[in-house]
Design a protein around this ligand. Sequence first.
Ligand code: 13P
Length: 252
Amino acid sequence: MSRRKLIAANWKMNKTVAEATAFVPALRAAVARLAGIDLAIFPSFFCVRALADALAGTSVAVGAQDLHWEPNGAFTGEVSGAMLTDAGATMVIVGHSERRHVMGESDEIVARKLAAALRARLAPILCVGELLSERDAGNEKAVVERQLASAFQGVAEEMAARVVVAYEPVWAIGTGRTAQPDDAEAMHGAVRSWLSAHVGAEAVSMRILYGGSVNAGNAAGLIARENVDGFLVGGASLDPASFVAIAEAASG
Ligand code: 13P
């Protein structure tokens, strides 16, 4: 089964509107050249509208980094799925490790957000991944399977198939210490097996991204593995040349 590679930029809390839109010419040139892969950008909420407008007519998707699980209401500071689609987003990240471990989001909150994203017809990227202490204790697979089980609970198969999973080991995020291709493939294979058993036949077409210190130098080795279907890139996505170089490595 050949799955289209997806290379996604998570800009985290970086870039103003002017800085975000300055990225657009490089992206337009990249998509024109790189057939066969999908690109997506996840800027701050503020940049979604401007970026979606600037990339209209291209295949580059624009998404948000988070959403609230309710459609509206008294939730000061929060943003709903409907607000995101209204701003031009077609995707959203759910359960990023910084949300889980810095903002304290539980598995239950992540599950509510995944359901809300699907209800809003956004394509979610569900992030999973273990802490270094959990890997050192040999629990990485159990942790990731627990995160998957919680997030997918109650999600119908035809909806679940719209989810992209991103394996982001927490110890590899922003540390310069990336997972070795063998370690990434071992976990991606485990994620695919879990999806096959619990989501169903659609699992074979679901994309599983790797994230954590991906750069132009390590991308080719990771993407060569069978179950690595793309990347969720943080730091190295902030510079157009380095993001495009990763996309080039992924397009083979
Ligand atoms: P870095 O690529 O900066 O390690 O961040 C990865 C990440 O968190 C993407 O969501």
